[in-house]
Write a protein that binds this ligand. Structure first.
Ligand SMILES: NC(=O)c1ccc[n+]([C@@H]2O[C@H](COP(=O)([O-])OP(=O)(O)OC[C@H]3O[C@@H](n4cnc5c(N)ncnc54)[C@H](OP(=O)(O)O)[C@@H]3O)[C@@H](O)[C@H]2O)c1
Length: 261
C-alpha cells in the first residue's frame, strides 16, 4: 500500500526502503499475539515496527533475520511522548505507515477493584487506553497524508461481559471499542478503516496467572469446549487486514468460541 509515491510524498523514506513495501506498526510485538503478528506480517513482505518495554530472544532473532524490514525500540505505552517519537522513527525509516495493530496491553497491578490504589488505576488506564489512543492518533496522522490505512485494535471480551478482578482493564478495552466506532466515522472519508478484534481467553504470558480450575471453567462455559490458540486470534487480524475485509470498518469482531453468545 505505501508505495514509492507515498514515500516520496512523506519525503522520509530511507535509502533502503523497498518500493511498494507495506508498513505495519504493531505494539507489543515481543511475545504472545504481537510476536505472532510480527512474524506473519514479515512473512507476507511487510516492513514491521514494534516496541515493548524490554527486548527478548524473539526480538533479537527477528532483528538478525530481517535487519531491513524490522524495527524494535524500547517504549512504554505510558510514555506518551516516546510513543509519538517511535511513530516518527518508523515513518523516517520506512517512509509511511499502512497499518497499526494496537496489541500491547498489561494487567500489571490491576486486581480487585475495592482494594485498587488510585495510582494503579491511573497507570492501568494510561497503559491500556491513553497510550493506544495517542499511538493511534500519531499513526493516523501519518496515514492521512497517504489517504489510506488500517487500524486494528485488540480488545477483549472483558469489554462486553463482566468478569471479576479486571474492572480497570475492562474499562480501557471498552473505551478502545468505543474509539474504534468513532474513528471509523472520522477516518473513513480518508480511506482509513478502523476495527477491533475481541478475543476470549488464549494462552500467553498475560494469562499465566489464570489457575487450572479457572481454565477448566472457561472451557466448560465455551460452546466450542476449548480455549483459542493465539493463531486463531491472529487469523481474525489477518482477515481484517486483507482485501477480503475491504468494506468492513467500525466493527468489533468477537473471537471467543462462543463464550459471550
Ligand atoms: N491472552 C488472552 O487471553 C487475551 C484475551 C483477550 C484479549 N487479549 C489481548 O490481546 C493482546 C495481546 O495479549 P497477549 O496475551 O499476547 O499478551 P502478552 O503475551 O502479555 O504480550 C504483551 C506484549 O505487550 C508488551 N507490553 C505490555 N505492557 C506494555 C507497556 N506498558 N508498554 C509497552 N509494551 C507493553 C509486552 O512486552 P513488555 O512486557 O516487554 O513490555 C508484550 O510484547 C492484548 O491487547 C490483550 O489485552 C489477550
Amino acid at each position: 500500500m505505501t508505495g514509492s509515491a507515498d514515500a516520496a510524498a512523506h519525503g522520509t523514506a530511507d535509502a533502503g526502503s523497498a518500493p511498494g513495501r507495506r508498513v505495519a506498526v504493531v505494539s507489543g510485538g515481543s511475545r504472545g499475539l504481537g510476536a505472532l503478528l510480527v512474524e506473519r506480517l514479515l512473512a507476507d513482505g511487510w516492513a514491521v515496527a514494534t516496541f515493548s518495554r524490554s527486548a527478548n530472544a524473539f526480538v533479537e532473532k527477528t532483528r538478525e533475520a530481517a535487519p531491513d524490514s524490522f524495527l524494535w525500540e524500547p517504549v512504554d505505552l505510558a510514555d506518551l511522548d516516546a510513543l509519538r517519537r517511535f511513530v516518527g522513527t518508523c515513518t523516517q525509516r520506512f517512509g509511511g505507515i499502512d497499518l497499526l495493530v494496537n496489541n500491547a496491553a498489561t494487567l500489571d497491578g490491576l486486581g480487585l477493584f475495592l482494594t485498587a490504589r488510585a495510582d494503579r488505576i491511573a497507570a492501568g488506564i494510561t497503559a491500556n487506553l491513553t497510550g493506544p489512543i495517542v499511538l493511534t492518533q500519531a499513526c493516523a496522522r501519518v496515514m492521512s497524508r497517504g489517504s489510506r490505512g488500517q487500524i486494528v485494535t485488540i480488545s477483549s471480551i472483558n469489554a462486553i461481559r463482566g468478569y471479576r478482578g479486571v474492572a480497570v482493564y475492562a474499562a480501557a478495552k471498552a473505551g478502545l471499542d468505543g474509539i474504534t466506532r468513532s474513528l471509523a466515522r472520522e477516518l473513513g472519508p480518508l480511506n482509513i478503516r478502523v476495527n477491533s478484534v475481541v478475543p476470549g481467553f488464549f494462552d500467553s504470558e498475560l494469562t499465566t496467572d489464570v489457575t487450572d480450575t479457572n481454565r477448566v471453567r472457561i472451557r466448560g462455559r465455551t460452546p466450542l469446549g476449548r480455549v483459542a490458540s493465539a493463531d486463531e486470534i491472529a487469523d481474525a487480524v489477518s482477515f481484517l487486514v486483507s482485501p477480503h475485509a475491504s468494506f468492513i470498518t467500525g466493527q468489533s469482531i468477537v473471537v471467543d468460541g462462543g463464550i459471550t453468545c
